[in-house]
Write a protein that binds this ligand. Structure first.
Ligand code: GDP
Ligand code: MG
Length: 161
């Protein structure tokens, strides 16, 4: 079972990755332009164990525009995933980049769990309601930094195991 954490920069993907993986980082192929900025590890949530891929969105050796490289890396991660964790920033509201990454995700046809991050202490609930417009289902408010909402994430993932 492989999960990919996908979304525009700065929404908190790596923070969630670190929380799920802790120190169980996998060795990844260090070939320039292939996996350089992609981190994979053995994630755990309750009694679930899975492979999880963090997408950084930046690859300095791949060539092409920044946007093209981000797109390529994200597409590869989505293609390798059984379930996509699509993350938005519940405090910031939706941006054009969110829409672009969401379009890639929808196109893949992969199952998606939509995470509205930075929603600690009920912040960002208004912004999270915008998230329905992404067409990726019901947003699940979480806080990767504070570890809130992870029980709901567990419940959302269980059916795929
Ligand atoms: P990425 O670019 O999507 O990987 O985002 P990062 O994980 O690097 O986080 C971007 C910023 O958001 C950092 O300053 C984090 O500390 C912050 N951040 C991540 N998760 C949360 C959260 O749950 N709540 C708040 N308030 N900030 C967060
Ligand atoms: Mg990151």
């Amino acid at each position: 079972m492989t999960l990919a954490i996908v979304g525009r920069p700065n929404v908190g993907k790596s923070t969630l990755f670190n929380r799920l993986v802790g120190k169980r980082l996998a060795l990844v192929d260090d070939m320039p332009g292939v996996t350089r900025d992609r981190r994979e590890g053995e994630g755990r949530l309750g009694d679930l164990t899975f492979r999880v891929v963090d997408t950084a969105g930046l690859e300095d050796a791949a060539g092409g525009s920044l946007e093209a490289r981000m797109r390529q890396q994200t597409e590869a991660a989505i293609a390798a995933a059984d379930v996509v964790l699509f993350m938005i920033d519940a405090r910031a509201g939706l941006t054009a980049d969110d829409e672009r990454f969401a379009a890639l995700t929808r196109k893949s046809g992969r199952p998606v769990v939509l995470l509205a991050n930075k929603a600690e202490s009920k912040a960002g609930i208004t912004a999270a309601s915008e998230a329905y417009s992404l067409g990726l289902g019901d947003p699940l408010p979480i806080s990767s930094e504070h570890g809130e909402g992870l029980g709901d994430l567990y419940d959302a993932l269980v059916p795929y195991f």
